[in-house]
Ligand binder design. Structure first.
Ligand SMILES: [Zn+2]
Ligand SMILES: [Zn+2]
Length: 438
């Protein structure tokens, strides 16, 4: 059957001008991939560690300005805030971190970092071994896609580049600098993190607490030194420390409700100088990870009680009881708003298929993204996992071999499918969020 020419023209015109016909997200992003892969490799080659993200943040600022964002630089260290207003609608915060780690890269990739830096008085390498370069690339790709599709949504994009995630300080720096006061309180917050276990092409989400509160606790154990051959003249802090380490193992197993989660690891003990001298002081370093405040407080109490109890049992006077130093600063646990997880999972499934949206079990690692949702405004936030593992490593994992974790000098994401998935999924999430609310 043939249609008269004018009807055909009418059909063609309508097909290209339907207001509710969203452009093909995947095509827009596929066209941008060469640019983004190049951006990723350049960032990978040029890592900057926490609080030194000067060139990285300037590059991100320039990229956002190029596509029409208004950018504020040096906001909370080297933090940047990019705002893109596009009519009346909600504001969505999307955060990338920017910092790398002080360690030499051993991936052998063509675009591996060969940079050397001075760190704590010694020369070492610098590497994006936590994938923050992938986070920046997904973030930039999403900004570029959202601007290209600005007819499809109304609202405000708040794209922030956060410094110093690896030292748990960056989100606090930006919030303390007045992020919400100066740029307004967003309605939602989104972030992603590379997963070292989920295959590239997939994403992982979970509701509620997904990452832990983390804090570093120091203990000084005092004693009475003596010759190693005259232990009866000492109160040996090495023995007291050993008793404490063993007693600490009972806190999680005997004091914390078995339904709750906590980790207490004594990562370092130092004391003494020589085989035959009993020292008068030993230092211990503990990492403590919890989800809930009452569990955290209970563990603090038990650490203090055990330290004091061991000292009393050794006959130490009160002024020589161990000193337990619990600094106020710690990374708060990550809480994924359950309703927002449902909504974002549905968007992800729509664009990459539900078989590629997987459950990611909570972990006792930490991320300071959580702070954006834990101000007085309590905005709903979600930090989701971006699958990054290349096929050969997926096969190795399936054979039961161990594959590199985050912070390993051998870790690397598979660039093309990871970027494609990160940008496609986050863009779809944002479009749906804007359009559901409007
Ligand atoms: Zn990290
Ligand atoms: Zn990280």
């Amino acid at each position: 059957m043939r249609y008269p020419a004018f009807i055909l023209v009418f059909f063609l015109c309508s097909a290209f001008s339907l207001p509710n016909n969203p452009p093909d997200i995947q095509r827009i992003i596929a066209d941008d991939l060469p640019y983004l892969i190049d951006f990723y490799k350049t960032r990978h080659k040029n890592p900057e560690i926490s609080l030194e993200e000067k060139e990285t943040s300037a590059t991100l600022a320039k990229e956002l300005e190029k596509i029409g964002f208004t950018v504020t630089q040096n906001f909370g260290g080297y933090g940047i805030v990019g705002i893109f207003k596009n009519g009346n609608g909600p504001t969505i915060l999307y955060r990338t971190d920017m910092d790398a780690l002080p360690m030499p890269e051993k991936t052998g990739l063509k675009y591996a970092s060969t940079k050397t830096i001075q760190y704590k008085g010694a020369e070492t390498g610098a590497m994006h071994s936590c994938g923050h370069d992938m986070h920046m690339t997904s973030w930039l790709g999403t900004a570029r896609a959202m601007v290209k599709m600005k007819k499809e949504w109304k609202g405000t994009l708040m794209f922030i580049g956060q410094p110093a995630e690896e030292i748990g300080a960056g989100s606090k720096l930006m919030l303390d600098a007045g992020l919400y006061k100066k740029f307004g309180v967003p309605d939602y917050g989104i972030g992603l993190h590379c997963s070292p276990t989920i295959p590239a092409g997939q994403v992982g989400l979970a509701k509620g607490f997904t990452m832990a509160n983390t804090e570093s606790i120091d203990i000084k154990v005092f004693g009475r030194g003596a010759h190693g051959a005259s232990p009866h003249k000492s109160i040996d802090p090495v023995v007291l420390s050993s008793l404490m380490v063993m007693e600490f193992q009972t806190i999680v197993s005997r004091n914390v409700d078995p339904i709750e989660s906590a980790v207490l690891t004594v990562g370092s003990i130092t004391g003494g100088t020589k085989h035959n001298i009993i020292p008068d002081e030993v230092k211990m370093q503990i990492t403590l990870r919890t989800f809930k405040e009452d569990v955290r407080q209970l563990i603090h109490k038990r650490i203090r009680e055990i330290a004091k109890g061991v000292a009393i049992s050794a006959g130490l006077p009160e002024d020589m009881y161990p000193e337990v130093i619990i600094p106020g600063f710690s990374t708060v646990p990550n809480y994924n708003n359950p309703e927002l997880v449902d909504q974002l999972s549905a968007s992800a499934a729509k664009i990459i298929g539900s078989e590629n949206v997987v459950y990611a079990a909570p972990q006792m690692v930490a991320e300071d993204f959580s702070r954006y949702g834990q101000t007085e405004h309590k905005i709903p936030t979600v930090l989701y996992w971006l699958g990054t593992i290349p096929p050969d490593r997926q096969e190795a994992a399936a054979r039961g071999e161990s594959i590199p974790a985050l912070h390993s000098p051998y870790f690397y994401p598979d660039p093309k499918p990871s970027i494609e998935t990160g940008v496609t999924v986050t863009t779809q999430m944002m479009l749906d969020l804007f359009n559901t609310v409007n």
